[in-house]
Write a protein that binds this ligand. Structure first.
Ligand SMILES: *Cc1c(COP(=O)(O)O)cnc(C)c1O
Length: 382
């Protein structure tokens, strides 16, 4: 709530929005001093840093328990910045294959174009990680909970394998959220969030953040980000700061609701599967509880009737809106096969478990009973 605040001379309660690209120097000598590498750590230009952005960075670092953070323009700017800033041609990376579409694009299309070798594994299979990680592996990358199939990866076990060869563990931690994250104590070196999701939590702004050691954030990430232009706007940082004030209340309520909805739907005759890490029947239930304490704010439903059934279900819902964000205070439903993962070839979709009947349900803060009743009436309409 209070961490990282920088009050102006007016002693305002709510954080100020410093909507300025630059900062005035009192003298030419002061300007010269500030540009020196060894100069005072004060603001120069908003692409390098800004007081409102710095407040957000400090607050999220405190919440995550990380030494430092760099805020970015979007979650993808954070994923790209985290991996591209540390890698060079000839390096080797091992990545889970079940990834958010744009993360997959960076690992599969961009890094390889610049001479980085990437090996993809089934993230839930430790033997595949063991076989793929080599003496010269520089980094491993995975989503701690994958989007949209909600596979949970054993962070501690993968981190042990990576650290044995000196590789950095980079995790996209969106589904765990900073509320439930124990990523650092479980062995992650670098944590990335799309702050567009639970951190804003009300669907207003894009944003991202990279968290890690001071040395990594200021020595590796900052030079890359400040010269390539993916910094967060001060206005968006202010929205994210406000989001951090309520994230704990929202995410706990959303997770409790998601658990109740999942339990109410298990065994429903219109559903082939209810996928939710908080259910005992989930393949990585024990890991999810160990890593996050609960199952998260998102569940996925696989309808028996394929795409036609999924579309009828989506169109019959009266509370959840059809969109593609997640972590929002409003419940949001997505049909990944025809939207977020549309570009993937059919066989890759099947391989990743993105079936025609799959619906991703991001649970909001509406009344739990109303949400369950709505889902049930929409299933009746199928
Ligand atoms: C949404 C999302 C991203 C991308 O974030 P943007 O803010 O949309 O750029 C990356 N990873 C995961 C797991 C996501 O859900």
């Amino acid at each position: 709530m209070h961490g990282g605040i920088r009050r102006s001379q007016y002693n305002e309660v709510a954080e100020a929005i410093f909507l300025t690209q630059g900062f005035v120097y009192n003298t030419a000598e002061q300007a010269e001093a500030r540009f020196l590498e060894t100069g005072p750590d004060e603001f120069i230009y908003a692409r390098y840093g800004n007081p409102t952005v710095a407040m957000f960075e400090e607050r999220i670092a405190l919440l995550e328990g990380a030494e430092d953070a760099f805020a970015t323009a979007s979650g993808m700017a954070a994923v790209n910045g985290a991996v591209t800033s540390m890698l060079k041609a000839g390096d080797h990376v091992v990545s889970a294959k079940a990834l958010f579409g744009s993360c997959l694009y960076i690992l599969e299309e961009i890094l390889t174009r610049y001479g980085v070798e990437v090996t993809f594994v089934d993230g839930t299979d430790l033997d595949q990680w063991k076989a793929a990680i080599r003496e010269d592996t520089k980094a491993v990358f995975f989503e701690t909970v994958s989007n949209p199939t909600l596979e949970v990866i054993d962070l501690k076990a993968v981190a042990d394998l990576a650290h044995a060869v000196g590789a950095l563990v980079v995790v996209d931690n969106v589904f765990a959220t900073p509320v439930y994250s124990k990523a650092l104590e479980n062995g992650a070196d670098v944590i990335v969030y799309s702050t567009t999701k639970h951190i804003d939590g009300q669907g207003r702004c894009l944003g991202g953040v990279i968290l890690g050691s001071k040395e990594f954030i200021r020595g590796t990430v900052e030079p890359y980000m400040k010269h390539t232009g993916g910094s967060m706007s001060p206005f968006n940082a202010w929205v994210m700061l406000k989001g951090l004030e309520t994230i704990d209340l929202r995410v706990r309520a959303q997770s409790a609701s998601a658990q109740a909805i999942a339990e109410a739907l298990v065994g429903h005759d219109k559903l082939a599967r209810v996928i939710y890490p908080g259910l005992e029947g989930h393949a990585q239930h024990a890991i999810a509880i160990e890593q996050m304490g609960q199952g998260g704010t998102v569940l996925s439903l696989d309808l028996k009737g394929g795409q036609e059934a999924a579309f009828r279900f989506l169109n019959a819902l009266q509370i959840a809106v059809i969109s593609n964000n997640l972590g929002d205070a409003k419940s949001i439903v997505t049909h990944p096969a025809t939207t977020t993962h549309q570009r993937l070839p059919e066989e890759q979709k099947v391989h990743l478990g993105i079936t025609p009947g799959l619906v991703r349900f991001s649970v909001g803060i509406e009344d739990t009973g109303d949400l369950i009743a709505d889902v049930k009436q929409a299933l009746d309409a199928v």
